[in-house]
Ligand binder design. Structure first.
Ligand code: UDP
Length: 316
């Protein structure tokens, strides 16, 4: 079996590369390294079943040889990243998805789209089931990511309905774990980094907004089960344990044992007030639910960040 993983050198992409190599598949990792890093897959480069190619999937993707599955994970995914790269984000969500679907068609391969809880925008329903159509501001700063992913879902369904392509759509909720970038700007890397170097912990708004954090190995298992299923409509994969960002910051603070204060900073525009996956569908059709609790997952991620920060020469 051979899988092409776009965005394969990113946080989730690189964990998928590991997972499929472990399963004995051939893996072609495609990444333009805009937000991904070769270091995430450096340990795989000498593996005979692993190939890496530096390529922007917004442009035509040429892949020699047979392919059984295309997993489209290329995209900036952290809000500060996609706010900095708004046009690339829209291009990879639109043109990149089109090219990845075209590759899957040409190879008669399965296609799996990495979609997102951002499709629900700032939801008026919580927890969010897949049947909820969302509450997205198309012209706000986050619209570049949300609408690109909504377009990508629509395009994927069009390829499924019109061409009969064997497609899957996973709606990924907040995920964390080793290989998140120290400076990626999301809550968890920010809080861990700040706590480790003793800087104030920046909570945006009043910190009462909620998120639900899924450990990366749980997410990868859910994605694999979805790929192996026959479900073509979107499926939420995430951890339904919901907590406020303030609670989350406090947890990180006590884990690291820092005396650094929590400081409040302005809330970014259109920041969702509540986010929690309804995973009844994943439980029912994939027999999947998360296994790693927040305490365990945070500890592993903390150990990774400690090594990263030590590598930057910053005192902890
Ligand atoms: N956030 C925060 N401080 C930070 C970074 C993020 O309070 O230093 C908040 C952010 O406003 C949001 C939540 O944490 O309410 C999760 O943000 P993240 O960027 O991780 O991802 P999102 O869920 O918004 O896509």
């Amino acid at each position: 079996m051979r899988v092409v993983i776009t965005g394969g050198a990113g946080f989730l992409g690189s964990h998928l590369c590991d997972f499929f190599i472990e399963k004995g598949w051939d893996v072609l990792c495609v990444d333009n390294l805009v937000t991904g890093a070769e270091s995430n897959v450096a340990h795989l480069l000498s593996h005979s079943q692993f190939q890496f190619t530096k390529q922007d999937v917004s442009k035509y993707i040429e892949v020699p040889g047979p392919v059984d599955a295309v997993l489209h994970f290329a995209s900036p995914a952290s809000p500060p990243d996609y706010l900095k790269l708004p046009i690339q984000t829209m291009k990879v969500g639109a043109l990149g998805t089109h090219n990845s679907l075209g590759l899957a068609m040409a190879k008669k391969a399965k296609f799996l789209l990495a979609s997102t809880s951002e499709c629900y925008g700032d939801p008026e329903v919580s927890p969010q089931p897949e049947t909820y159509w969302g509450h997205v501001n198309p012209v706000g700063p986050r619209g570049v990511y949300d609408e690109a992913k909504r377009f990508a879902e629509a395009l994927t369904m069009a390829y499924h309905r019109y061409h009969g392509l064997d497609t899957r759509i996973v709606r990924i909720f907040n995920t964390y774990g080793p290989r998140m970038r120290l400076n990626d700007g999301r809550a968890l890397p920010n809080f861990l980094y700040q706590a480790l170097v003793g800087e104030p912990i920046t909570v945006y708004g009043d910190g009462k907004q909620t998120r639900s954090f899924c450990y990366v190995s749980d997410l990868i298992e859910g994605i694999y089960r979805l790929l192996e299923s026959n479900e073509h409509e979107p499926v939420n994969i995430g951890n339904p344990r919901e907590l406020t960002i303030l609670e989350f910051a406090e947890r990180v603070r006590s884990l690291v044992g820092t005396k650094a204060p929590i400081v409040l900073r302005p809330l970014p525009q259109d920041d969702p007030k509540r986010r929690c996956p309804d995973i009844a569908k994943a439980r029912r059709i994939l027999n999947w639910e998360p296994k790693v609790n927040l305490e365990e997952g945070l500890q592993i991620t903390y150990d990774f960040f400690k090594r990263q920060v030590a590598g930057t020469g910053r005192k902890t």
